[in-house]
Ligand binder design. Sequence first.
Ligand SMILES: *Cc1c(COP(=O)(O)O)cnc(C)c1O
Length: 429
Amino acid sequence: MQFRNELDFAQDLDQNDPLRVYREQFHFPKVGGKQVIYFTGNSLGLQPKISKDYVDEIMKDWRELAVEGHFYAEKPWWDYHERLAAPLAKVVGAKTSEVSVMNTLTVNLHLLMVSFYRPDNKRFKILCEEKAFPSDQYMLKSQLRHHGLDPEHALIEVRKREGEHFWRTQDVIDKILEAGDELALVLIGGVNYYNGQVFDMEAITKAGKSVGAAVGWDLAHAVGNISLSLHDWGADFAAWCSYKYMNSGPGNASGIFVHEDHLGKKDIQRFEGWWGTEKASRFMMKPEFEPISNADAWQISNPPVLALAPYLASLKLFEEVGMPALIEKRKKIVAYLEFILGEVAETVSGSFEVITPEERGCQLSVLLHGQGRPLFDYLMKNGVIVDWREPNVIRLAPAPFYCSYEDMYQFGQILKEGILKLSTVDSLG
Ligand SMILES: *Cc1c(COP(=O)(O)O)cnc(C)c1O
């Protein structure tokens, strides 16, 4: 499609957008009385209007039923989390039995490593991408130290090539093959939080398995954003947070995937708690742990129902729309944003560059060459919510659920004005 940098054109795209009605179903913050242009759905998704009803329902059941709510609420609390598994399984390309919801992301990755990182004298190395999300780096290094290993020696970080802003799949695979039977675990962010790159998870999973390593994925920036087929790819495990593209609310619960091959096993190492046991016998309070036959076996505590409520609300929307429709709009709106950035770059050449490679999801990362922080401040003051990553990157993620093509057009106008204004200030001294 031939795009145009014109208001009418953007409005036309919105008119013909099959998802346009969903924009009305989210709450937008306002700046100066005007609804913002929201680019940070990759950090914290907007609030769906229906989430409040879901939370209110729990508050009401708690008020009126108290402890009886565990079993007699309309959505009983004791197995409330099970309602999330089927819609989530669709989002990540898994069987319902392979998905569970519990805790938070980094906690879950730690717990999954208890099962899937079992180093011995020969096979002990972990491979990840260089400059992984800090929490993942801390997690991996502390796990290594916990096992008495030195991260300097046992952690392999795949680098980007000199002068390039992205990882090459072949470089990741070569590192995996090179580590061979010393490699115990591959654990990478499926979509990189900084440059927005989508890793070839299928090829990397295959390579990791081929040398006998376990393969896990941190899907924080992937879930609800790109097409995933965790089951078919044969990943051993994955985990994700729900507050980014999944719109479940700040700091909210994490989802996990454990491949069917590992389910229903008693001999797998795992940190156990009562919510991981068979439901039928759970309240018999027996001394031995009988793992439930699905991914819920990794549950430890009874679920935080108040937190799961808005996650369930958000999943209702994902079920209604489906990932294919979201992905179709996402591709188009990101392409339009890229086009708009190109138009701005023509007027103010050399002021920035997009560092996100072709293999991308919802996010474009823009490396600023001229104005840095002041331009970010200008955008924020003018109702464009973006985020800033040191040293000089602005991340733009037009979430397809609620962003409009007109937003992209208006953003282009504000960005151009900002760059022009700030460079005049610069040249005046
Ligand atoms: C957002 C994000 C996290 C956040 O972890 P929490 O445990 O939810 O605080 C972790 N890893 C990656 C790659 C992320 O993008």
